[in-house]
Design a protein around this ligand. Structure first.
Ligand code: CA
Length: 230
C-alpha cells in the first residue's frame, strides 16, 4: 500500500514541524506549505490524499482556501483553529471541512483524527463498493452518480442523506444505532447533535417513502436504531 500524502498548511514553523514529525511517524508522507498561496500552487500541481490547514494564514486565509479547495476536490480537510475562532470554525465546517482540532492540541490527537477521517471516508467509499448500484423494487441508488430514483422519480438528497441511505441500503436488515450512524456518516464528531440522525432519517423518509408516516424502507427499531428493509 502506498503511503498517503498529507499537505500541512501552517505558518507557525514549530507547529508545522511537530505535526509533520508525528504524521511521518504514523506512516504518512508530508508536504508543508507556510501560507495559503503556496498551498494553492501545490494543490494545483497535485492533489494530496489529505489536507490539514490552519485557519489563520498569511496571504490566503484558511476559510478561503477551504472554499477554493471544495470547488475542486473532495479531499478530506481537517482545520486547525484557535479557541476564539469558533465562528470561523463553524463556517469552515459548513464550507466542507471534515473535522477540526482546537489549538493547543496534542499531535497524537491530530494523528488520531486524521486516521478517523480516513477510516470513515474509506469505509464510506471503498473502491469496489463505490461503484455498486443498489436496486430494490421502486428504489434505485446509484453510487457513482449519487442519483436516487424512488417510485420512478429522481430524488434530490443532500450528501449526508445520500451517505446514510447508501450505508443502510448496502446492509439490508442490519440495525444501525444512532451512535454508529453518527460515527460512520459524521465521523463521530462531537459537535454533531445525536438528534441530527433522527432529522436525516425523517427527511429521507419524506423523500423516498410512498407514505412517510408509515415507512416501508427505513424502519425504526425501537430503542436500538434504524434498518433498511429491502
Ligand atoms: Ca496561523
Amino acid at each position: 500500500m502506498n503511503a498517503k500524502t498529507i499537505l500541512v498548511v501552517e505558518d507557525e514553523a514549530s507547529i508545522a514541524e511537530v505535526v509533520s514529525l508525528y504524521l511521518k511517524r504514523a506512516g504518512y508522507q508530508v508536504q508543508l506549505a507556510p501560507d495559503g498561496k503556496q498551498a494553492m500552487s501545490i494543490l494545483e500541481r497535485q492533489m494530496p490524499d489529505f489536507v490539514i490547514l490552519d485557519l489563520m494564514l498569511p496571504e490566503v486565509d484558511g476559510l478561503s482556501l477551504t472554499r477554493w479547495l471544495r470547488d475542486r476536490s473532495n479531499v478530506p480537510i481537517i482545520m486547525l483553529t484557535a479557541r476564539r475562532e469558533e465562528i470561523d470554525r463553524i463556517a469552515g465546517l459548513e464550507m466542507g471541512a471534515d473535522d477540526y482540532v482546537v489549538k493547543p492540541f496534542s499531535p497524537q490527537e491530530l494523528v488520531s483524527r486524521v486516521r478517523a477521517v480516513m477510516r470513515r471516508l474509506g469505509r464510506e467509499q471503498p473502491e469496489a463498493e463505490s461503484d455498486r448500484s443498489l436496486k430494490f423494487e421502486g428504489l434505485t441508488i446509484d453510487a457513482r452518480s449519487r442519483v436516487v430514483v424512488a417510485n420512478d422519480s429522481p430524488v434530490e438528497l443532500t450528501a449526508k442523506e445520500f451517505d446514510m441511505l447508501y450505508l443502510l441500503a448496502a446492509h439490508p436488515k442490519q440495525v444501525f444505532t444512532r451512535e454508529q450512524l453518527l460515527e460512520r456518516i459524521w465521523g463521530g464528531a462531537q459537535y454533531i447533535d445525536p438528534g441530527t440522525v433522527t432529522v436525516h432519517v425523517r427527511r429521507l423518509r419524506e423523500k423516498i417513502e410512498a407514505d412517510p408516516s408509515h415507512p416501508a424502507r427505513l424502519l425504526t427499531v425501537w430503542g436500538v436504531g434504524y434498518k433498511f428493509e429491502p
